[in-house]
Design a protein around this ligand. Sequence first.
Ligand code: BG6
Length: 463
Amino acid sequence: MTGLETMKNKSAITLFGGTGDLTYRKLLPALYNLDVLGKLDKEFKIIVIGRRSYSQEDYINIVRGWVKEHARTKFHDNDFQNYSSRIIYFKMEMTNVEDYKLLQEFYIEQGITEHIYYYAVAPSFFITITNGLKKYCSENNAKVIIEKPFGEDLEKAGELNDKLAEFFSQEEIYHIDHYLGKEMIQNILSLRFKNIIFKGVWNKDFIENVQITAAEAVGVGTRASYYDKSGAVKDMVQNHLLQVLSIVAMEEPKEEGSRGIHDSQYNLLSKLVPITNVNDSLVMAQYEGYLDEENISKDSKTETYAALKLFIDNERWQGVPFFIRTGKKMGGRETQVVVQFKAVGDIPGNVLIIKIQPDEGVYFQFNAKKPGTEQELQQISLDFCQSCILENRINTPEAYERLLDACFKGDRALFSQWDQIVVSWTFVNDLLAKYYKQGAPLYTYKQGSMGPKEADEFVDWIK
Ligand code: BG6
């Protein structure tokens, strides 16, 4: 039985931001996959909100192209026809509260009583939408999925949380962080806790440092107006990368299910040591040519790259540095976690690399005797490429597909929680305040490089 079959008919997901990049590239293709796999209830509808005057037919034609290009499952005309009969384009002004009255009338007309609202819009619209729903759609039974960043800082996040609480209970709010839906991020739990060889050595006695990299080849693209106000720290570190860090470093959950994972993640994040001297622990930079990008202010000081050195104040990780780096227009798309084990005398330390994207896999480097020598060592490796296996590629859901399915089923384990958001905003707010107060520099880096050389002084980044 699918999650949606457990809901009373008729149910729908309403996508605010129906003509945005996220809806076209990720959400509609993900819902198509779920439909093809038989995971959507027969009566389930997809209501897409936009303010442009598209006819239903025009809109479906646009969606067809995006689904064809971005859906993981094979495109078949028949499947698409079935799928498109679920989609209804609803024109309204999201910022006009009175339009929600029309939306509610439309829900009644369609007989829709069970709702998932998806806020696939800039954070500045979150409150407006909630006001509209609260005023006119209040008798609905609803969940809400909210995109990151949740608020623009700790204070705004608090205001937003209070506003949402007027309409949704905490159990109905799903904070989406699509990194938590990635196959290899989930796999970190199995690698860490289901292998005795890693479980026993995952601590300060054996690990020299941990390096988390999320390098992107793309630039700011068409999202300049959002990105220029945000920057790499708020866009990537506050959410995705601190979430990854928490999974890599947390204690093994004490109980099964979402509660156990959330508690472990929260406990870890609340032990992050606040950075005191930003010059020692933070490198911020902007790629050359950023100021010439469309819609970027000519004197923008927004960072498109950030590297951090962090410590965790608990028994397991005392003194072990965690390095995080992320940036746009870097020398390729690569997200990975490197665990550098300690060297013993002059014997090189082992290296474990968890490859998250674009290739998924695990690489392990260790020492062995060089053939033909008496006892000379060489470093050799095991390199498992999970995504090279066709069957794995076919069976691996995209992050958004997995997360939507989880929300439909009421499984919260893959979603971030309000208390985690509070601790990560607290850390990031403090970091940025110190960065500006201490007048730390904004470096530049060449497009296609791995960032500014100043970040290489932190550590020998592996690859
Ligand atoms: C988004 C950020 O959350 O994640 C983008 O807003 C970034 O700036 C994207 O490009 C990266 O996602 P992925 O899945 O391509 O690593």
